[in-house]
Write a protein that binds this ligand. Sequence first.
Ligand code: KG4
Ligand code: ZN
Length: 340
Amino acid sequence: MDKSGRMNVLAVETSCDETSAAVVRDDLAVLSNIVLSQDEIHAPFGGVVPELASRQHLKSIVPVVRESLTAAGLPLEAMDYFAVTQGPGLIGSLLVGLCFAKGLAYVHGRPVLGIDHIQAHIESAFLENGGLEFPVLALVVSGGHTSLFVLKKKLVYRLLGKTRDDAAGECLDKIAKFLDLGYPGGPVIQKLAAGGDPGRFAFSLPRMSDRSFDFSFSGLKTAALRTIRAEKISKEGPALADFLASFESAVVRALLSNLRRAAEKVRPKSLILCGGVARNKRLREEFGNLAAADGLAFAIPSPKLCTDNAAMVGALAWAVIKSRKKIPSAMALDAYPRSK
Ligand code: KG4
Ligand code: ZN
């Protein structure tokens, strides 16, 4: 508890290649949200190298947590709860954050909450839009996940569909890597696609034969690679912007066509778009258009809250604490690499 009698959560996120720590107050004010990206370390490899990621988390976790407390202007003793991403993610990376948070909780005699990374991404939308009406249909799009969830009410998640192969962000990252554009691929593609003609190269969208709400991006990736070879697309070539605009637009259409079908079935009151790929301008715009056309409320977190960060972990921790669900003992928590 701080001097004014408010309670605080110290949240830690190390599921992939960002080391992050945040202090979130009981009224959901984000007092600090420090994110240290490892992009430079993984860029030469065109993707995250798990062993390098966990070693870097080990080096960064203490300074990042310290900086987070300093930025919040609070000592460790003012933290009433600790919260940490438990999964899904890279097992070595997850374990660094989990062991660290367990250690803090043990020494300070405070509870620690294990938080699901995907649910935390969804919560990032509630952090800025507390009044969203249920049922909510949430599209989570990141480098590791592409999933659709229905929330009948707060903290009640039903998985409607997920990717059967690559995640949307992974697909963007792989095409950027193939063209030697840099890592992560999503932001580079967005930048280089600006001004390009999204109608120049045609990509057909995947269709699930069983009419499920699952996604698939491997076909789109193969089609993009085929076009790159056939049309001799290169980093320096004149058709790059048109190609990237067409490809980016196909990824957006693949995501939104599934969302539209799901919305027809579920009839939600609100839509959420979240995860790292939700930073994408084209996706944000077209998602907003889709919601407006259906007369639905919608929320997309501000860009900083879309990519991995600990504030979303702290926000979900408060939702769990306030729901008075039983908080398991700190030492019983274990990391899980795959979705629950
Ligand atoms: O949520 P996140 O930080 O990590 C995972 O949980 O995976 O998402 C990272 C992903 C990467 O694939 C990255 O290329 C993508 O988000 N991304 C973007 C943009 N910014 C980040 N994709 C498209 N457009 C962007 N502006
Ligand atoms: Zn994520």
